[in-house]
Design a protein around this ligand. Structure first.
Ligand code: KG4
Ligand code: ZN
Length: 337
């Protein structure tokens, strides 16, 4: 079965072709450059860019996969959560294509897509598992009992981990999204040089909070009088990154140990961060928990993870009709349109 996966939930226009739920024949991602100058995603610009990009990106995905439109067996499209105007572009396009090709369409939860990055990376991983999703919009610990059976164990009370990277980057004059630049410019810095706070660290508390850290960074910058440079900047960024990574890793491992699960999985854009990947792997080895870390390109938004969820839903007999709606949140039912 060839599934076309489409994601337009935020500022990436992504399409991929997945064969039999396993083999990625192509995965094309266009990151919209327009938002860099604004320090964050401007929803209206994002929807407009999706409209311009959706046809060329899907065409490229099919070309790279070496197939024509007629060979698509089903279409999976992110319909929640995300920016509503952005989701509408992907879902409308997917519906029109499904109708014209007379193939099934299935709406996918973007967060479940991030969970499936680990399944794509390691199809035989042992469940139950605890999955840490850390992205620009979400930070969640999810217990995965089976593919499709989830329980949220903890989530952020305020900012998402990626949002903390992006907001701190903005304070330092970096362009959006700042995560990769913070990682790169902090490389080799001393993570203990600045004492930034780790919030809600009572054992057993699986929720996160990053707004206090953001405020601490703002105050520290105020005290310093100017944006740090060279070695000081390196230490500053390494210290900030260490505060985020420590909170994420500690709580993920608490969740794994308390739930007695054999496996921890990682997903979401922040999972591309080298310090997070290394620290989680180290802690897994120390505690005897298997850690599954997908390749970076499947941590950040892409169409392959959406196609993978779609494939699993379709295999279970699930599908949607042309009334498929969109929703800004995971919990609220999608409103048909
Ligand atoms: O999952 P994603 O691609 O989009 C959302 O669904 O939000 O995540 C994007 C987020 C951004 O906040 C970005 O700054 C962050 O992931 N990110 C990183 C790194 N690469 C991307 N954060 C830290 N280190 C990185 N290397
Ligand atoms: Zn995402």
């Amino acid at each position: 079965m060839l599934v076309l996966g489409i994601d337009t939930s935020c500022d990436e226009t992504a399409a991929a072709v997945l064969s039999d739920g396993r083999t990625i024949l192509s995965s094309i991602v266009a990151s919209q450059a327009i938002h860099a100058q604004f320090g964050g995603v401007v929803p209206e610009y994002a929807s407009r860019a999706h409209m311009q990009l959706i046809v060329p990106i899907v065409t490229q995905a099919l070309e790279k996969a070496g197939i024509g439109y007629g060979q698509i067996d089903a279409i999976a499209v992110t319909n929640r959560p995300g920016l509503v105007g952005c989701l509408l572009v992907g879902v409308s396009f997917a519906k029109a294509l499904a109708y014209s090709l007379d193939v099934p369409i299935v709406g996918v939860d973007h967060i479940e897509g991030h969970v499936f990055a680990s399944q794509l990376a390691q199809p035989d991983l042992r469940l139950p598992a605890v999955c840490l999703i850390a992205s620009g919009g979400h930070t969640e610990l999810i217990r995965v009992d089976a593919w499709g059976e989830y329980e949220t164990l903890g989530r952020t009370r305020d900012d998402a981990a990626g949002e903390a990277f992006d907001k701190v980057g903005k304070m330092l004059g970096m362009t959006y999204p700042a995560g990769p630049e913070i990682e790169q410019k902090g490389r080799g810095g001393n993570p203990a040089a600045f004492a930034f706070p780790r919030a809600m660290m009572q054992r057993g508390n699986l929720d996160f909070s990053f707004s206090g850290l953001k405020t601490a960074v703002r105050y520290k910058l105020g005290d310093m009088g100017a944006v740090p440079r060279d070695d000081e900047l390196r230490d500053f960024l390494a210290s900030f990154q260490a505060a985020v990574v420590e909170a994420l890793v500690t709580k993920t491992m608490w969740a794994a140990v308390e739930n007695g699960v054999p496996t921890v999985m990682l997903g979401g854009g922040v999972a591309a961060n080298g310090a997070l990947r290394a620290h989680l792997a180290e802690e897994g080895a120390r505690l005897g928990v298997e850690v599954v870390i997908p390749p970076r390109e499947f941590c950040t938004d892409n169409g392959a993870i959406i196609a993978a969820v779609g494939n699993a839903l379709l295999t279970r007999g699930q599908r949607d009709g042309l009334e498929l709606g969109v929703s800004a949140s995971r919990e609220k039912a999608a409103r048909p349109f």
